[in-house]
Design a protein around this ligand. Structure first.
Ligand SMILES: Cc1cc2nc3c(=O)[nH]c(=O)nc-3n(C[C@H](O)[C@H](O)[C@H](O)COP(=O)(O)OP(=O)(O)OC[C@H]3O[C@@H](n4cnc5c(N)ncnc54)[C@H](O)[C@@H]3O)c2cc1C
Length: 473
């Protein structure tokens, strides 16, 4: 009998898990591990909302494995390599399997671990369980990385992903009862100490089964008009699958093929399905960019934006933005949704990010940090791409400087004010017209602030800032 460690990271699922499948197919008895080594992620160690998610995700996965009679060991570590070496020594494991991570620091770490273990005669097998394409597989005709989405997406059309894998069978557990560094999940102290996560608990069913339920809903009654409803934050027309993808409770391949199947059986789902798959490829594009331009977590892809004249005295505005107290209803609704649920609708993410970076001229990195801490789907590639796209300094084909008008966006995408009323109860009595931009007379009777920033003059200031750097190389 040979034992193989299956090292779980961003892939807390049994279905379509290539590392797990390969270990089983090679005939090994498996030893599934999770190693908690947060400092190895550098400044991008998990934020508070993601820690909450991870706690529940590990609990759900442990239970799933238990149902298969396979124990799941959780270990804490200062150094994943020595922890793996230690486990190998204790158990006599001959191989280690994992699905790749693509964060710059984790890639380096994994490479070092692979080299060390192989030099000690241990088989190491790493594969892709997180993306539809490896970031290096898609390239321009000049063999360079893409920097604009649409040509990237077109290039991906010729590369349909393989079918997802079933749960491998038989799943035979290595006969190991206890590992020296194993801990209880509680000992990781992942959930917040202050009682802040009530809204997260109400909102989410974490784990693979939660992901399948949302996927069923998507293919059941959302896909046929996804393209029409996806921009309206009160309509629930989107999948809400982003945190499940982030933690690997569902794979993009599973989504891709479920949607393709739905389109094949229901022609009325074609437009919605294509629109959904396009969004899924934005995620792919984000990881393609981060792989090729690892500095873009902190620095603009478009280097001339290094010289942008950002505001320096912004503490009060930043804090009001974080707390949903800017006086712009659509922005405050979004920021409160984020605080309460750990998630925000994509349209509203763009509006709140535009107000912060364009009107308040606060560096996009500060917005990205707040999202990193408060989003349950905080994803290094998607978050960096999203913030840079809105700030105008990232991958964007638009030849103009886009500034979202929070009033007209609100009127267009929440015409009945349902989303605003849900998150801003203090404005609930206002009519559908004035709720987007209450007058001074209306505000006098309401416990809601006047806008902190004047929209018109701040827009002009942002355009002037842009003029200063426009001609720069
Ligand atoms: C400023 C800003 C920050 C963002 N930060 C994150 C983040 O940290 N994590 C994250 O997952 N997404 C982020 N996004 C992208 C997007 O807002 C979310 O992926 C989306 O809202 C998730 O909801 P959903 O699963 O219902 O999406 P759906 O509309 O159902 O789309 C399905 C999947 O496609 C992918 N996707 C959809 N839209 C985008 C997009 N614009 N960019 C990249 N991938 C996309 C996601 O994986 C999503 O789960 C950010 C966007 C902006 C503007």
């Amino acid at each position: 009998m040979s034992i193989a460690i299956v090292w779980f990271r961003r892939d807390l699922r049994l279905h379509d898990n290539p590392a797990l499948t390969h270990a089983v197919q090679a005939g090994h008895h498996i030893l599934p591990l999770y190693i908690h080594a947060p400092h190895e992620e550098g400044e991008w160690t998990l934020g508070a909302a993601s820690r909450w998610w991870l706690h529940h995700s590990l609990a759900a996965f442990k239970q799933q494995l238990q149902q298969q009679l396979v124990p799941f060991a959780i270990l804490t570590s200062h150094d994943s390599l020595s922890t793996l070496q230690n486990v190998i020594q204790q158990t006599g494991a001959v191989a280690v399997y994992w699905n790749r991570c693509y964060e710059p620091l984790l890639r380096q770490r994994d490479q070092q671990i692979k080299t060390h273990l192989r030099s000690q005669g241990i088989q190491v097998y790493s594969t892709n369980g997180f993306l539809l394409n490896e970031p290096w597989e898609v390239e321009t005709q000049q063999h360079t990385p893409f920097k604009v989405f649409t040509p990237y997406w077109r290039a991906c059309q010729n590369r349909p992903p393989a079918e997802p894998l079933p749960i491998p069978s038989p799943l035979l557990a290595a006969p190991i009862t206890e590992l020296a560094q194993a801990v209880n999940l509680e000992q990781l102290e992942l959930p917040p100490r202050i009682p802040w996560a009530g809204g997260l608990t109400q909102t989410w069913t974490v784990g693979e089964t939660g992901a399948w339920a949302l996927l069923d809903q998507l293919c059941g009654d959302k896909l046929h008009d996804y393209h029409e409803r996806r921009d309206f934050p009160s309509s629930d027309g989107i999948s809400r699958l982003s945190p499940y993808l982030r933690f690997g409770e569902v794979s993009p391949r599973q989504l891709y093929h479920a949607v393709q199947q739905c389109m094949a059986h229901n022609p009325e789902c074609r437009k919605g399905g294509e629109s959904f798959l396009r969004q899924l490829y934005w995620r792919e594009f984000a990881w393609h960019l981060l792989y090729h331009f690892p500095h873009t977590t902190n620095q603009p892809l478009n280097a001339k934006y290094q010289a942008y004249p950002w505001a320096t005295d912004y503490d009060a505005v930043l804090s009001a933005w974080q707390q949903g107290q800017t006086g712009y209803p659509i922005v405050d609704a979004g920021m409160r949704e984020l605080w309460h649920t750990g998630w925000m609708h994509n349209r509203v993410r763009m509006i709140v990010a535009s107000l912060l970076t364009k009107n308040a001229q606060i560096p996009w990195q500060l917005g990205a940090q707040w999202f990193w801490d408060t989003l349950v789907d905080a994803d290094l590639a998607n978050n960096s791409l999203g913030w840079q796209w809105v700030a105008g300094c990232g991958a964007d084909a638009a030849p103009y400087y886009r500034i979202f008008n929070p009033y007209t966006q609100s009127e267009k995408f929440d015409p009945q004010g349902q989303y605003l009323r849900r998150w801003l109860p203090e404005l609930a009595t206002l009519d559908n017209r004035s709720i987007h931009n209450p007058s001074a007379a209306q505000l006098a009777d309401l416990d809601y602030p006047a806008p902190m920033i004047d929209y018109k003059s701040s827009r002009e200031a942002a355009l002037m800032g842009y003029e200063q750097i426009k001609g720069k190389a």
